[in-house]
Ligand binder design. Sequence first.
Ligand SMILES: C[S@@+](CC[C@H](N)C(=O)[O-])C[C@H]1O[C@@H](n2cnc3c(N)ncnc32)[C@H](O)[C@@H]1O
Length: 392
Amino acid sequence: MTFEHVLDLLRSYRTKEGEQVLFLLAQDTMESIYNCVLNSGARACLELGTGLGGTTCVIAAALDELGGGRVTTVDMLVREPIGVDVLAQHTGLTQYIEVISDPVGYNWHLGEMINRQTGKGTCAPCLDFCFLDGAHEWGPDALATFLVAKLLRPGSWLVLDDLDFKLRGCQPGWKTVFADRTDRELDAFQVDRVFNLVLRQHPDFGEFTVSDGGRTGWARKKSPDPAPWYPSGLVLDPITLDWREPFAASDVVEQSQCSDGLTVTKQDTAVSLRATRNDPNFIVPDSVCKDRPIDVLSLRLRLVAPTTETLQVFWIDGLGHPFNEKQSIRAKIAASDDWHDLMIRINGSDKPRPVHAIRLDLTDGPSSLLLESMSIGGWHRTSASGRSCRWR
Ligand SMILES: C[S@@+](CC[C@H](N)C(=O)[O-])C[C@H]1O[C@@H](n2cnc3c(N)ncnc32)[C@H](O)[C@@H]1O
């Protein structure tokens, strides 16, 4: 089942009383999850935190497209009258979905899975994908990450939702629901801590990427093989590219088309970009893109003022759509005295589409930013499968 089809089915769901009551993740997040499962051929999928089951059905739709597989989804609550069983029926995807309702929480379920998979003191991995979107608290989710890491096969993706979530103000009744929590617990970005302090420091994971404007964190279990698919987003750790072409910022910006509201001047080896309002932009010259498949754009920059700014990178690829939100990535940058390398994985990565144009917007403006250099790069492609592949 295509992503558009499952999304239509989910969005068209109504209760008997005609109410539209579904809570769904942002479309971009669901689409990335769908593409990840489909393009990485993940047959054994796990979701920790079912909620109403919308994303469960999205994963099941990708499995249907793959021709088989199972998504096991675990929650401590059973949602009634509308829940994952109802949505599985509504979308016709029940055969791909296993629902586990465990009142003591997913960490007990993970413990039991590890127990089943353990022989001679070692846990044999059995999962190809995991989406963690449950407690959003340090204790249960740090443990869940540690436990599921044992069960994921090399090359599989672990996705953490809501890096930007905190308990304070998260829902109308938060004061009552979280009455026993301290201010520390209420104000911490707890999933972000799990991502940065547990997952990013885990020796078995790499390819750390943040997508959806900082909301979703991706990590891939280390594998000698390149991934057939990568999430578009901000790449947090240096990655190996097969080719890379650097450009001095002054060369790039001189030939660029700048919109109103952006003043560009040379400053030593860098160029200074001054935005006098929000959303001015410049379009990178054709001589950079050259209509080739580009996987990664790197920018060496320094924000001078104010304390934060959001850079939005747009691209136009072989599909021919004009610049649009869907083909863009937002990166929040903080003012600093040092140069900062921003590596952005653009253009999805499952299909080798040539990039015709790249545009950079300073969205929050007014602001002042120094750009020292820019480079583009990527992997060589195998045209037969259309998938990216590194030279070995
Ligand atoms: C945000 S919702 C999940 C949304 C769902 N993944 C989706 O994409 O629609 C979080 C769910 O996690 C469940 N949950 C929270 N802590 C849990 C735990 N320790 N074990 C199992 N489920 C938990 C909650 O009951 C809730 O249904």
